[in-house]
Design a protein around this ligand. Structure first.
Ligand SMILES: C[S@@+](CC[C@H](N)C(=O)[O-])C[C@H]1O[C@@H](n2cnc3c(N)ncnc32)[C@H](O)[C@@H]1O
Length: 301
């Protein structure tokens, strides 16, 4: 089944990034309920499931509801081991949701930097920081494939549901390695795949911007992290994502949906932790696997 968005096959990496940026300019202006019930705010909202990917932040210290646009797919700060005085970098910071949680951990003596390439997201994030009166939370405009951040300057990197949107994921991991200090680490939540998505989903621009079809195989994702030099790589948390049928039927026929549900493809939200040039003792890692054994098409979220 082809939709009017079936255009990805003819686009180069820059065109894909432009398409993603344009869509997030609009998503920044939508409300949380629509974003959370859809695929990263870019598809129609589902009537079946309220939270397709995002998790509840309400219990996290530092949470600011104005910054929560319902666009995450995990809680990366939960495993980020941020300490007072740390410099924390958030990749694809949106309206600043994880930055403000991180700011609670760094306190006044630390620094939090968010990077995003959507002007509307940056505007919202800066407004939220002003409203909170923070002078150590800064939002920079930039592409995370080429970060506006100095070498060896960051203690902790976090990111929530962003790398799947970037065409060259290895370039992002290489940049992360460059900007982290020795013994620094990252905790990122993202979407990864096990098995192939149906072709109609793979090629759809809406599903790409929707944090689904830009995702790569979990093995390749972890492989890039290792290749660029990170150590002590730990999968902290994993959750199967169920794409509601009323969203899927826009892209797939009834029989294709059935085949997808009964097939071996799984879409997962994973939170991964790793360190750069760790000192001899690895940092304590907390592994919390969730629902890894549910069948990919099963109703797991
Ligand atoms: C799914 S949203 C997640 C936003 C935020 N992390 C959150 O959880 O609310 C993805 C964000 O990444 C940004 N983004 C996507 N690709 C990017 C890139 N190559 N460079 C910088 N920002 C990017 C988008 O503008 C958008 O704000």
């Amino acid at each position: 089944m082809k939709t009017q968005n079936s255009i990805l096959e003819n686009q180069n990496e820059q065109e894909i990034k432009n398409m993603v940026r344009e869509r997030y300019e609009k998503v920044a202006l939508q409300d949380k309920a629509l974003n959370a019930s859809s695929c990263c705010g870019t598809t129609d909202g589902s009537k079946e499931i309220y939270n397709v990917m995002s998790e509840e932040y309400d219990n996290l210290n530092g949470y600011n509801s104005d910054a929560d646009l319902g666009l995450g797919c995990g809680l990366p700060t939960q495993f980020a081991q941020i300490k007072k005085g740390d410099t924390v970098l958030d990749l694809g910071s949106g309206a600043g949701n994880d930055c403000f949680v991180a700011r609670h951990e760094t306190g006044e003596t630390g620094k939090v930097i968010g990077i995003d390439f959507s002007e509307n997201m940056l505007k919202k994030a800066r407004q939220n920081a002003d409203n909170l009166g923070y002078n150590n939370v800064e939002f920079r405009e930039g592409d995370i494939e080429n970060m506006p951040v100095s070498d060896n300057s960051v203690d902790v990197i976090v990111s929530n549901c962003v790398l799947n949107l970037v065409p060259n994921k290895k370039a992002v991991f290489t940049e992360m390695y460059r900007v982290l200090k020795d013994n620094g680490h990252f905790s990122i939540s993202d979407i990864v795949l096990l098995g192939e998505l149906p072709e109609a989903l793979q090629k759809d621009a809406e599903m790409y911007a929707g944090c689904v079809s830009g995702a790569i195989q979990k093995e390749d994702y972890l492989g890039f992290i290792k290749e660029v030099g990170f150590e002590n790589i730990v999968l902290q948390k994993e959750k199967a994502i169920f794409i509601p049928t009323d969203i899927l039927q826009k892209y797939l026929s009834k029989s294709e949906i059935e085949e997808f549900r009964n097939g071996k493809t799984g879409i997962f939200s994973s939170t991964v932790f790793a360190q750069k040039n760790p000192s001899s003792t690895p940092k304590k890692v907390i592994v919390q696997k969730e629902e890894t054994i549910c069948t990919p098409g099963g109703r797991c979220c």
